[in-house]
Design a protein around this ligand. Structure first.
Ligand code: ADP
Ligand code: MG
Length: 511
């Protein structure tokens, strides 16, 4: 136990789902323990997210962060959630401080520990005795694998890594793919065997060493935090308890399927934490400071080359998800079912990667299975294909799900085209169907527009002036055929975009 918190386990590879469920249901559950809520307090605000010199929160915070290769920085602000951060001991990289009176965080200075906090003893004693030897054996296997990893690492470096989206020589490799500890660990063969993740004991250890730094996003079903692992940024998605099925699904897919690809969000670890009587579900992935494509498009307009770079890289990710690869290094076909610009992230090399596999379905022709999962969540209404809205989709046929992904992908491409500058003209960011449905549209709103009126977003006229972009416009129309099987395949989308992008030059971001 550490400060009243203990993380119990990570999810393991494939066929551990049952064990996972048993252990999960064995954990005491109940309402999350809420921090005491008094009146809001005014605090000094000094961090990149401040809208003024003060903010209001349930308490005031000071966070001292030392990122790899940088001087320590102090962030002052307000806290509302995750009060347990206040009780954490400082580490080499992060120190949190909380106080509860007006402006109490103004004159506080923190220090980091000089050496890493030693590992806390694990709760082995609480596990049934029979698990002891099994764990010891696993530790030995992990150590062996770590040895192998050093050897493989050398080979990896010689071979270099493959990027389907190409052009990566134009732009420096992002730090997360460079000589980082995480990069080394993840590029090694030290994974779950069949899945994309580290062995589950390593996942748990990594997760325990992550310190949360700042909340960077709130989604429909939880929050995303930037965390630090040995000074390296990682993203921590904290699922709300009502979305535990998304966490199970995403964890299951990452741990059972070999999904390492430049254009699919890189998985690091999954963790289930038990704090007092509540369970916290964490998914730890690579951190991308540009945030989602949705965030990126609000802030930037695009030269055609960059628009195509974003599009082609996202298409590479989607094509990799959709394809079934046979053999020992293979993967089942996967349909995403919640594609949207918020679920596509922009990496520092300005390539996209696809995130959020919480609703994904898997299919293998070889072993003839269709795994739909049992998540009560549905996709985002705004991005639903006509056959989903009029409930005509054949839910027993895997292809149907891929066709709905293509519809949504066409909408994402349309969002990109609005922000693309042609002849000096560009439009503001808008979500698909912004001019046809209200904010937060209902199922019925969408059904009326998409099925009854058979409307699609208006493709900017200016694209017709450019031979490459008119090709892109035509491709988008072919993603929106009402007849699902007439739509392009992800592979066709990827190849067409690659061809279009090979006819334009170096990308750059415009402000
Ligand atoms: P939703 O898909 O419902 O918007 P998510 O929980 O998937 O919610 O993500 C919320 C936001 O957090 C995203 O829109 C993005 O801005 C940010 N985010 C998610 N994952 C990452 C990541 N790996 N790196 C950086 N930012 C992220
Ligand atoms: Mg999401």
């Amino acid at each position: 136990m550490e400060n009243g918190i203990h993380r119990t386990m990570t999810l393991g590879p494939p066929r551990r789902s049952l064990l996972m469920l048993l252990l999960a249901s064995g954990l005491a559950r109940g309402d999350p323990v809420k921090p005491p809520r008094g009146p809001l307090v005014t605090c000094t605000c000094e961090n990149p997210h401040c809208k003024g010199s003060t903010c209001q929160g349930a308490w005031c915070t000071v966070v001292l962060v030392r990122e790899e290769g940088r001087h320590p920085q102090e962030h002052r602000g307000c806290g509302n959630l995750h009060e347990e951060l206040c009780w954490g001991r400082p580490t080499e990289f992060v120190s949190h401080y909380c106080c509860y009176s007006p402006l109490c965080n103004h004159n506080v200075s923190l220090e980091l520990t000089a050496t890493p906090t030693p590992e806390q003893p694990q709760e082995v004693g609480q596990l049934p005795l029979i698990l002891g030897p099994v764990l010891a054996l696993l530790v030995l296997v992990v150590l062996g694998a770590l040895g192998l990893w050093h050897v493989r690492r050398k080979q990896e470096k010689q071979l270099g890594r493959h990027s389907e989206a190409g052009e990566s020589r134009l732009i420096p490799k992002p730090s997360e793919q460079g000589d980082s500890m995480l990069g080394d660990l993840l590029n090694s063969d030290c994974t779950t065997g069949s899945g994309s993740g580290l062995p589950f004991l390593v996942q748990r250890t990594v997760a325990r060493q992550v310190a949360l730094v700042e909340c960077v996003g709130k989604g429909r079903y939880g929050e995303v935090w930037r965390g630090l692992w040995h000074g390296e940024s990682v993203a921590v998605k904290i699922f709300s308890s009502r979305d535990e099925q998304s966490w199970f699904r995403e964890t299951e897919i990452y741990n059972t399927v070999l999904l390492r690809h430049d254009n699919i969000l890189g998985f690091i670890a999954s963790d289930m934490t038990s704090r007092n009587s509540s369970t916290q579900l964490w998914l730890i992935t690579h951190y991308h400071e540009h945030g989602s494509l949705y965030d990126f498009l609000q802030r930037h307009t695009l030269e055609p080359q960059l628009a195509l770079r974003l599009a082609v890289s996202a298409a590479c990710g989607l094509a990799h998800l959709h394809v079934e690869i046979f053999g020992t290094q293979g993967k089942p076909a996967i349909a995403h079912r919640d594609l949207k610009s918020r679920n596509v992230l922009v990496k520092s090399n300005l390539q996209c990667c696809i995130a959020d596999l919480g609703l994904a379905v898997m299919h293998s022709q070889g072993s003839d299975y269709l795994d739909i999962g049992n998540n009560p969540r549905v996709g985002t209404k705004r991005y639903m294909a006509p056959e989903v809205l009029d409930e005509q989709i054949r839910t027993d046929c895997f292809e149907s799900y891929k066709w709905t992904d293509i519809w949504a992908f066409g909408l994402v491409l349309w969002e990109i085209t609005r922000r693309t500058i042609v002849n000096g003209i560009v439009e503001d960011y808008r979500p698909p169907f912004y001019d046809m449905v209200p904010n937060d549209p209902s199922f019925e709103d969408m059904k009326k527009v998409v099925c009854v009126d058979q409307q699609t977003p208006t493709i900017p006229n200016r694209l017709a002036a450019d031979p490459v972009l008119s090709g892109l416009a035509q491709m988008i129309r072919e993603c929106w055929y009402p007849n699902p099987c007439a739509r392009l395949t992800a592979l066709r989308v990827k190849k067409t975009l690659q061809k279009l992008s090979s006819s334009v030059e170096t990308p750059k971001v415009m402000h």
